[in-house]
Each structure stands twice: as structure tokens, then as C-alpha cells.
Design a protein around this ligand. Sequence first.
Ligand code: COA
Length: 193
Amino acid sequence: MIKLILPNEEYLQSYKEAYDEYVENGISTYSFTDALSCDVLAKFDNYRNERNLKPDRVGADYYWLVDDDRLLFIGETCVRHRLNDALLYNGGHIGYGIRYSEWNRGYGTKLLALALEKAKEMRISPVLVTCNDDNLASARVIEKNGFILEDKVMISEDGKDVLRRRYWKTISQADPCFPRSRASTKQTEDKHQ
Ligand SMILES: CC(C)(COP(=O)(O)OP(=O)(O)OC[C@H]1O[C@@H](n2cnc3c(N)ncnc32)[C@H](O)[C@@H]1OP(=O)(O)O)[C@@H](O)C(=O)NCCC(=O)NCCS
């Protein structure tokens, strides 16, 4: 069964293999964490709890899409607690990556949909996602999830000019069953500052 889980030891080996697939195939539009150079699970825990982060980083909740029949890590998403000036143009609220060997099977579309459910629980709306203008697969995933293209902005990345698409989606807050989370409270406070 395909499911979204909190990162855990059980899938760490498979995660490392997905990291290697990205390195071998030169994928840089999303980065899995190098589990050989740091404690991945501790890093995610710090992001979730907004602990020991560099000043330019915001808190984020990381999730893994896995296939528990194959004990396979399929993809990762991070849902950021809020935007900062940099994320407004490069990164947005949600990042995601599917392991190279599982592309074009619908997983990217599913992962973003599941990330949106998390954003909804966190009362983040509207939600911003960004992608490189030439990342057509990602643009397709974003558009299939109902996002609207606002603009394309030129940003500087590793000394190069890169055109980024910025997409927004408003999530209805009408559901009375919304849980109130730590992150969502912060998001609401930030908006009113
Ligand atoms: C972008 C990414 C998440 C897509 O994941 P995926 O599992 O392949 O996505 P899906 O299978 O759900 O959908 C891909 C869609 O893009 C389309 N697509 C794939 N390659 C394409 C290309 N080169 N040009 C145009 N469309 C393309 C597919 O046909 C599919 O659309 P369809 O369902 O209408 O046929 C995956 O390629 C990835 O992880 N890339 C590296 C990390 C990354 O770029 N993350 C996003 C950062 S913004």
C-alpha cells in the first residue's frame, strides 16, 4: 500500500538508495538529505520543532511517501511552516521529490495532493509552490493539483539566472474539524503582523 508516513528508520536504507539515484542521474531540482553526512531523522525533528535552524531557514514538516509492500521509499515532501523573503520567490510552502526510478507513475501528483492535506491541517492558505520554468513534469504535477500560475520570476541560483514559476492555491478553511496545530497558529500570527 502507498502511504504518507513520518520519516523513520524502517525506510532509511531505501532513502539512501533514492539519494544515490539522484546523485547518479544528476538530479538537483530537489535534494534528498545525505544520510551518510548527517543524522537525517534528527535533522527532520529539528525542522519540525524549529530547533537549531540556521537564521535563513524556517520550520518544516517532512513526510515520506512509501510503498509498504515493497518496503520502498518513493518520495519526500516538506511542508514549510511559513514563508520568508527567499521562499517567496524560490521554494514556496511545499517542496517534493520522487525517487528517479519511480518517475511518471503518478506518485508526484499524489504526493503533492497529500502535502496539500497537511498544509490544510496547518491552516496554510493560500499555498505557494514554485518550480523551474523548464521543469515541465513538476509544472504538470502542480497544475494537476489545481494551482494557478501567478508569474515567472528571474532568480539567481549558484550564480546563474533561472526562471521560476510561482503558483498559488487557496485552500478552503470551511471545514469545522480543522485541528489547530502549533505551526498553524504561528502562520496565522505571522499573517497579521
Ligand atoms: C517532478 C516530479 C516530482 C514528478 O514526479 P512524477 O512521479 O514523475 O509525477 P507524475 O507521474 O505524477 O506526473 C508527471 C507528469 O509530468 C509529465 N511529464 C513528465 N516528463 C515530462 C516532460 N519532460 N515534459 C512534459 N511533461 C512531462 C507526465 O506525462 C505526467 O503528466 P500526465 O499525468 O498528464 O501524463 C519528479 O520528476 C521529480 O521528483 N523530479 C526531481 C525533483 C523535482 O524536480 N521536484 C520538484 C521541484 S519544484
